[in-house]
Write a protein that binds this ligand. Sequence first.
Ligand code: AMP
Ligand code: ZN
Length: 111
Amino acid sequence: MTDCLFCRIVAGEIPATVVTETETTLAFRDIDPKAPTHVLVIPKEHHREIGDVEPQLAGEILATAHQVAKSEGIDASGYRLVFNTGEDGGQTVFHVHCHVLGGRGLSWPPG
Ligand code: AMP
Ligand code: ZN
């Protein structure tokens, strides 16, 4: 999708700070970090939201997110994975992405 921001990052048309990638997923730093570690993990293929993603690909997104937590050194201290979904979920970019947040204590419940 040429009008999708994250598809354009996958295509290399918009720069991003890539943390890691696999055949099917890409992880890059959020441009407006909400925690010391804030990385987005996306499927390279366009899907609007997590409910549209096949279980195998969803598992690959989660595996990459866990890999990022390890490489960022937050797997032992703890971290949070978030899929904001739809309007009430606060989704603003409609290419599914998993937020990997950590490096500080995260409050609960979210706002
Ligand atoms: P959400 O609100 O869950 O849809 O999250 C979208 C996220 O994308 C936000 O945390 C933004 O800061 C982030 N974002 C927007 N544009 C970019 C970009 N060009 N590179 C990296 N992250 C971005
Ligand atoms: Zn897209």
